[in-house]
Design a binder for this molecule. Structure first.
Ligand code: KIV
Ligand code: NA
Length: 265
């Protein structure tokens, strides 16, 4: 199979072909996501929530992201693997940002990194790009700033924040980012941003006009029972599938009906 690269994504955008991106954090899940034809696998810092059970993305460490990323890279035969730089690994200064990005590329074998923010992190993005590491931007609802926002509601509904987001998107393109995630912003704004830049936009809760879409794999598979925001489409109900299987196992063990003669040596 031919590996997806950042150039493939630009060609897809140019041809008007939508880009499908999903998260994964471990080998087994990533192997399924890759083989099913997903173009980009994001090792998101949402691992902090869905894998580690934290309330926010802030606690996950660079070492933990590298562990998740290295597992995903071993599974991905076709997809481009993008890895989030976690909170605290790049905000200090551009030198720190570069050394974090280098660790992700070198120790995990990732293909690109993603950072949250616009003009504020321009210097860091430039420094990482200068080292030959592809960078994806992330604007709108940036969960590493949750304590600044106060809520996970839609961003950039007001003119000032929308204008800043437009500027940031242009800046990310100008710096040389290969794409930008737009999270939880009005569809109309996502369309304007997508039309105003050449690089692909990947939306989550940002409407249908983006160049592609991304979802957290646990959410779209219905593993996260209580989580049903408006933007989420659940493609399966794996919670109930797993719940049923596990309950059957527990009851079989209790009834001493597992294992049977065919299942013993
Ligand atoms: O960490 C993550 O899963 C993300 C996506 C939601 C874009 O950044
Ligand atoms: Na993230």
């Amino acid at each position: 199979v031919k590996r997806i690269t950042v150039h493939t994504l630009q060609e897809m955008k140019n041809r008007g072909e939508k880009i499908a991106m999903l998260t994964a954090y471990d080998y087994s899940m990533a192997a399924i996501v890759d083989a099913a034809g997903t173009d980009v696998i994001l090792v998101g810092d949402s691992a902090s929530n869905v894998m580690a059970g934290h309330e926010t993305t802030l606690p996950i460490t660079l070492d933990q992201m590298i562990y998740h990323a290295s597992s995903v890279v071993r599974a991905a035969k076709r997809a481009l693997v993008v890895v989030d730089l976690p909170f605290g690994s790049y905000q200090g200064n551009s030198k720190e940002a570069l050394s974090s990005a280098i660790r992700i590329m070198k120790e995990a074998g990732a293909h690109a990194v993603k950072l949250e923010g616009g003009v504020e992190i321009a210097e860091s993005i430039t420094r990482i790009l200068t080292a030959g590491i592809p960078v994806m931007g992330h604007l709108g609802l940036t969960p590493q700033s949750i304590y600044k926002f106060g809520t996970y509601t839609v961003r950039a509904k007001e003119e000032a924040e929308a204008a800043k987001l437009q500027e940031d998107a242009l800046k990310l393109q100008e710096l040389g980012c290969f794409g930008v995630v737009l999270e939880k912003i009005p569809s109309k704004l996502a369309r304007e941003v997508t039309d105003s830049i050449n690089i692909p936009t990947i939306g989550i809760g940002a409407g249908k006009h983006c160049s592609g879409q991304v979802l957290v794999i646990h959410d779209m598979l219905g593993l996260n029972k209580g989580f049903k925001p408006r933007f989420l489409r659940q493609y399966a109900n794996l919670f109930d599938v797993m719940d049923g299987a596990i309950k059957n196992y527990v009851s079989d063990v209790r009834a001493n009906s597992f294992p049977n003669e065919k299942e013993e040596y």
